[in-house]
Design a protein around this ligand. Sequence first.
Ligand code: C5P
Length: 219
Amino acid sequence: MVITIDGPAGAGKSSVARGLAKRLGFRFLDTGAMYRTVAYAAMKRGIRWDDDAALAELARSIDIDVSEEQVLMDGEDVSSAIRTMEVTSVIHYVADHPGIRELLVELQRRCASGGDFVTEGRDQGTVAFPDAACKIFLTASPAERARRRQKDLEARGEEMAFEEVLKRQEERDERDRNRPVGSLVAAKDASLVSTDHHSMEQVIDELESLVKKQLASKS
Ligand code: C5P
């Protein structure tokens, strides 16, 4: 069974999806890590961002293994390397590429097939798992999301002024919403949940009861 959590950057998806998976005894799949790994590989190999064919070839040729503990690229642990600002600033070249999206959606379906998963991303309920048992769209106000993002960066030793975090977040949201394939949009049958003024534990509590209620009504 698959439960999807989509939403913009900084809405708290990762922590919430991880926590919800733990409560339900499900596994957790971070699909953003897949896009990050391809962007990181392209950066490392010096592939030009306007070379669509080379980017697609690269995505096909590398082995991406996303587990709850770590992210492996051809066996190398890239868990931290893929989360730098540098990778985040070029990720749209990969996320906007329809061929790469198709490939990664296929990988996501393979990863989740036959298991119980909470998957997290932008297009999980709309494109990757349109028949998911339960769909959640997580939101939060831009200022709250930027504050969280700034804290995350700080924890990793990367300093950035709040205004700059907010500006970059707006740019990323705009791109995520407007890409022709796999854009950031709530599925029609998704439950919208705001994380503003709530602790992660409170949001996980809310989602756990929401999911249990929805699953009970379907059985
Ligand atoms: O969730 P995270 O911030 O790690 O995702 C990085 C980027 O990957 C997002 O900004 C988005 O552009 C892209 N992404 C996507 N589809 C997904 C997951 C992430 O386009 N399912």
